[in-house]
Design a protein around this ligand. Structure first.
Ligand code: ZN
Length: 276
């Protein structure tokens, strides 16, 4: 089986710093945290930026600073911007794509989250996909529900998405898809019908992180995702001290499954990305 791409979602958009002070918020904290995660074995970083008051930001300037810092300290690491909506003005969600990150997250449908509706209206989804195409940014399709795979297929049929998107199954978000092994199989079957050439990964939120990782690894996933955005704990008893600590845990899971973590060059090859 191919080497496994470890994606690290360093920050997220929830006001979580009080829950775990290790969540990096300021650009310099984000760059440092990513560099540690890179050293630990991550080859892809998923980035949200924040304002100084810790609220979610869409500032291209912030995204640019973090992108440049990571490119300097983490040679070859794949940079992925979030275009996720929580706490952001919809019209600004694609405003940093002109910076041409390697990848960007793209949600292809709406879904309930713990206390809000995560809204992705069809015109906005098409607009984001169009911008990604224009700037040659590879979308990572975030699947929070089976219908989102069909949303992605509709984009591909309109020529707004290629035939080898990277697809990520997100499981265990309260009010969305529960983390159930049979649901992963169901979605994988659907993905193989709709996008036979897609690459894929899966992530489990909170206490589901390691469990979903194991399901994905035995099914030949191209990647797995970890990081403080998804899970702030190393175990029931202990908060994670850093993103790097979570990445080290992911490396251990990969080895346990008899596989190896991908280098940045291997990760780029798997995803069909230009070299750094
Ligand atoms: Zn995110």
């Amino acid at each position: 089986m191919k080497p496994v791409i470890i994606a690290v979602a360093i920050t997220g958009s929830l006001p979580r710093k009080a829950d775990n002070p290790a969540v990096p918020i300021l650009p310099e904290e984000q760059i440092r945290s990513t560099a540690e995660a890179f050293e630990a074995g991550a080859s892809l970083v998923h980035i949200h930026v924040r304002n100084d008051d810790e609220t979610p930001s869409s500032s291209p300037e912030r995204f640019g600073i973090v992108q440049a810092g990571i490119q300097r300290l983490c040679p070859g690491m794949i940079v992925q911007f979030s275009t996720g909506g929580r706490g952001r003005d919809p019209s600004q969600r694609g405003s940093s794509l002109y910076l041409r990150p390697d990848m960007a997250s793209l949600s292809t449908g709406s879904v309930n989250f713990p206390s809000i509706v995560y809204e992705n209206q069809p015109p906005l989804v098409e607009q984001l996909a169009t911008q990604m195409k224009e700037h040659e940014v590879l979308p990572e399709i975030e699947i929070f529900d089976l219908s989102h795979l069909h949303g992605a297929r509709r984009l591909a049929d309109k020529g707004l998405l290629g035939e080898h998107p990277h697809i990520q199954f997100v499981m265990g978000v309260k009010n969305a898809l529960p983390a159930e092994e049979r649901l992963l199989d169901l979605m994988l079957g659907e993905m193989r019908t709709l996008f036979p050439h897609a690459t894929w990964s899966a992530c489990g939120i909170g206490a589901n992180q390691s469990t979903v990782m194991r399901w994905a690894l035995v099914r030949g996933a191209d990647g797995i995702r970890t990081g403080l955005e998804d899970n702030i704990r190393l175990s029931k008893q202990r908060l994670a001290a850093s993103n790097a600590e979570l990445v080290a845990q992911a490396v251990a899971e990969i080895r346990l499954a008899g596989r190896v973590p991908a280098t940045p060059a291997e990760a780029r090859k798997t995803l069909g990305l230009r070299s750094a």
